[in-house]
Design a protein around this ligand. Structure first.
Ligand code: C2E
Ligand code: MG
Ligand code: MG
Ligand code: MG
Length: 287
């Protein structure tokens, strides 16, 4: 009796495993054709600086509209691409598209996400430099966003990669800061320009003291180390006020602007300052 139900449980589990593996394969197959079929696009979310909410940069965010599944979130498909070499093909497409946008903006830089596997690629530095040179772009207009996971697995090699990128003139940002493994002790070894406070802490700021304390410490740490600090996920006026009071210099989030379609981003780039209400956001993924 118990044996029987035990087996049942195992079978159900197996079937759901099959299901999820099949789904991943389908996503992978769809993604491998997505570039050629023109199903990918970038949207651009403003990063603004106090006091005047000047738009200093845009973060490039990947969007995929699959013919089978509709709009799929990068949080879902990037990890799947990350398991194969597909991530390199996607990443190359992203950087080339992002660089093209720079030609149309008056002075902002573009902030591009790189997953751990991209960052650890053989000759990552040479690869990025080549594409930037080919596009005729100054490296200081490009910020490379990586997460703590990308650098703490092999800290020495990562430190070397970051050092060389920074020497070439690129800006380096540590994304989702506070959610990974970084110890304060380790941070100083890396050539960084910017810490992006993970939005979970901004979200928690008005709710529990711990989050507010973490936000304050990251801001102070950043200042002490001469780094720019960007708060991610600024969703309300209250967030913005609290961050201003805490001495945070840069903000990104729905309250200021959602990710924007390329043509809209170019328009606001020329306006230079953020006027939160008037701007039509890009459609968000449903899944
Ligand atoms: P991320 O790099 O931390 O990007 C910020 C995410 O937060 C974006 O989600 C953005 O739309 C969302 N966001 C911005 N402001 C707010 C806010 O006020 N509230 C809330 N709730 N969310 C906000 P998105 O575009 O879905 O991207 C998710 C993640 O996918 C990114 O997190 C990044 O890790 C990855 N990703 C996106 N594009 C790329 C890409 O081109 N290459 C790589 N390797 N990863 C990418
Ligand atoms: Mg990012
Ligand atoms: Mg982030
Ligand atoms: Mg994130």
């Amino acid at each position: 009796e118990s044996k029987k139900s035990g087996r049942g449980v195992v079978r159900v589990f197996d079937e759901s495993m099959d299901e999820s593996i099949r789904f991943r394969r389908q996503i992978e197959g769809g993604l491998s054709k997505a570039i050629a079929n023109g199903e990918l696009r970038l949207v651009f979310q403003p990063i603004v600086a106090r006091e005047k909410l000047e738009i200093v940069a845009f973060e490039a965010l990947l969007r995929w509209k699959s013919p089978e599944y509709g709009n799929i979130s990068p949080a879902m498909f990037i990890p799947i691409a990350e398991e194969s070499n597909l991530i390199h093909e996607l990443g190359d497409w992203v950087i080339d598209e992002a660089l093209e946008m720079l030609q149309q903006w008056p002075g902002q830089y573009v902030s591009v996400n790189f997953s751990p596997r991209q960052f650890r690629r053989q000759n990552f530095v040479g690869h990025v430099v080549e594409r930037v040179q080919r596009a005729g772009i100054e490296p200081h207009r490009v910020q490379i966003e990586i997460t703590e996971t990308a650098i703490f697995d092999n800290a020495e090699r990562a430190a070397d990669t970051l050092y060389r990128l920074r020497q070439m003139g690129f800006r380096i940002a540590l994304d989702d800061f506070g959610t990974g493994y970084s110890s304060l002790y380790n941070i100083r070894k890396f050539a960084l320009d910017c810490l992006k406070i993970d939005r979970s802490f901004i979200d928690g700021m008005g709710k529990e003291r711990e989050s507010a304390a973490i936000v304050h410490s990251i801001i102070h740490l950043g200042r002490a180390l001469g780094l720019e600090v960007v708060a991610e996920g600024v969703e309300t006026e209250a967030h913005l006020q609290a961050l201003r009071l805490a001495g945070c210099s840069h903000y990104q989030g729905y309250y200021l602007a959602r990710p924007l379609e390329a043509d809209v981003a170019t328009e606001v780039a020329h306006e230079r300052y953020m006027a939160p209400d008037e701007i039509e956001p890009a459609a968000e993924p449903l899944v």
